[in-house]
Design a protein around this ligand. Structure first.
Ligand SMILES: *Cc1c(COP(=O)(O)O)cnc(C)c1O
Length: 422
């Protein structure tokens, strides 16, 4: 058989194995060409929150396809985009009243950063054109996003010479339920970075509560509240990248909800369409939006992805949200959380295993962090023989299951993760 011309992401071309061919899927499982089914512990990079072949999502796409597959959003609008924007304003923290659509999480973050820079330009502070990001951050793979990923461990270090330079504060270290003193240390580090550089910083970017692809680092809602106060004090916009945390992953609809705060800009993608089509939304408050109202050519926001507001994507996003609310997904997430806590934290000796550094659970997310990456060599193949699709990266063996994962299947995923350390 000749080799496929498909170039796989993050793959080492010399050592990669032939990729199994997926031919379909139902619920939490996808099915391979050879008849094997695998329980997806990652819900396909955290986006397939309803699992595969959800009848309502599939029907929504088909119905929209019969009406209107695509039309430009430049100077035109349509019902799915308009309705989705209204719904996103309704469900996100109070004050995020404006929605800019794009086609992926990375582009949604590029839009957020451009908005922040232009905001200060329009306010007469063009020198505020850099970002403050956090170590362990991951905000996407495009150039603008690579420049605000962790510069050392963030998998893009080879591009350092090519990327613009921004500022970085230490990653938060206080866990979700940390006492105030521990959080205060993290906030002191953030304050120090702002004191030094605020005159040139447009926005503080963070993945609130859960730094995902940079190592599943979890922190306290108090850190978000403190960051909100610091941004106000130093006249810096607060940007929440909720591409991974949005739509229930941390146990509330949005991570910002744990702290009851409103960021100035918030980015959504992954779970937005239930994973069924690529799309993203960058939301902004009146304060940000209204700065763009003016009569100079510099007031227009010069961004416009071809597929922004795609009707198929907007329609399936509306259906995804309807299912999420009607079927009480937050309760399903709470049930998955209880299983993960019981299996991996409470009734397990995992944290005492010599190769394990830490075990963390938040919402429908659990991670076993090991001392060094070699401890995870072979775990994907091991899981596959037990019917589970796990895809660890670096030192992190994690699950972010679809929210419809049955409880017995959730227990099985946790069991396979534990058994690897037997
Ligand atoms: C996945 C991810 C992105 C990038 O989204 P893409 O759709 O892959 O471009 C950005 N930020 C966070 C937090 C992510 O998890």
């Amino acid at each position: 058989m000749t080799q496929s011309p498909v170039w796989h992401p993050y793959a080492h071309l010399l050592t990669q194995q032939a990729a199994p061919k997926v031919v379909g899927g139902e619920g939490a499982r996808f099915r391979l060409e050879n008849g094997e089914t695998l329980l997806d512990a990652t819900c396909s990079w955290w986006c397939m929150i309803h699992g595969y072949s959800h009848p309502r999502l599939v029907a929504a796409i088909k119905a929209q396809a019969d009406t209107l597959c695509h039309v430009m959003l430049g100077g035109l609008t349509h019902e799915p985009a308009d309705r989705l924007a209204r719904e996103l304003v309704r469900i996100t923290p109070t004050g995020l009243n404006h929605v800019f659509f794009s086609d992926s999480g990375s582009v949604g973050m590029e839009v957020a950063m451009k908005m922040a820079v232009q905001y200060y330009h329009l306010r007469g502070k063009p020198e505020k054109h850099r970002m403050l990001s956090l170590m362990k951050a991951y905000h996407g793979d495009t150039s603008g996003c690579m420049a605000v990923c962790d510069p050392e461990e963030g998998m893009h270090s080879l591009f350092a010479g090519y990327l613009p330079r921004h500022h970085f504060a230490p990653a938060p270290t206080a866990p979700y339920d940390a006492d105030p003193e521990t959080v205060a240390q993290d906030l002191a580090a953030l304050r120090a970075a702002l004191e030094r550089h605020h005159h040139e910083i447009a926005a503080l970017l963070m993945e609130p509560l859960l730094q995902a692809a940079g190592g599943l680092n979890m922190t306290s809602p108090e850190y978000l509240k403190g960051a909100r106060e610091l941004c106000d004090e130093f006249d810096v916009l607060l940007v929440f990248d909720e591409v991974a945390t949005g739509f229930g992953r941390t146990g509330k609809l949005f991570a910002a909800d744990h702290a009851a705060i409103t960021p100035d800009i918030m980015v959504l993608s992954k779970g937005l369409t239930g994973g069924y089509l690529g799309h993203a939304a960058t939301l902004a408050t009146d304060r940000v939006h209204d700065a763009f109202i003016g009569d100079s050519p510099l007031h227009a926001f010069m961004h416009g992805p071809t597929f922004m507001g795609n009707p198929l994507a907007c329609r399936v996003a509306l259906e995804s949200l309807a299912v999420f609310e009607e079927e009480n997904y937050l309760d399903k997430i709470a049930r998955l959380n209880r299983i993960l806590r019981t299996e991996l934290l409470e009734e397990s000796a995992l944290h005492r295993h010599p190769r394990v550094r830490d075990v963390r659970v938040l919402g429908a997310t659990a991670v076993i962090e090991v001392q060094d990456a070699t401890a995870l060599q072979g775990v994907a193949a091991f899981a596959r023989t037990r019917g589970v699709w796990l895809r660890p990266f670096g030192r992190w063996l994690y699950t972010m299951p679809a929210y419809i994962t049955p409880e017995a299947d959730m227990r099985h995923i946790a069991q396979v993760m534990k058994d690897w350390f037997r």
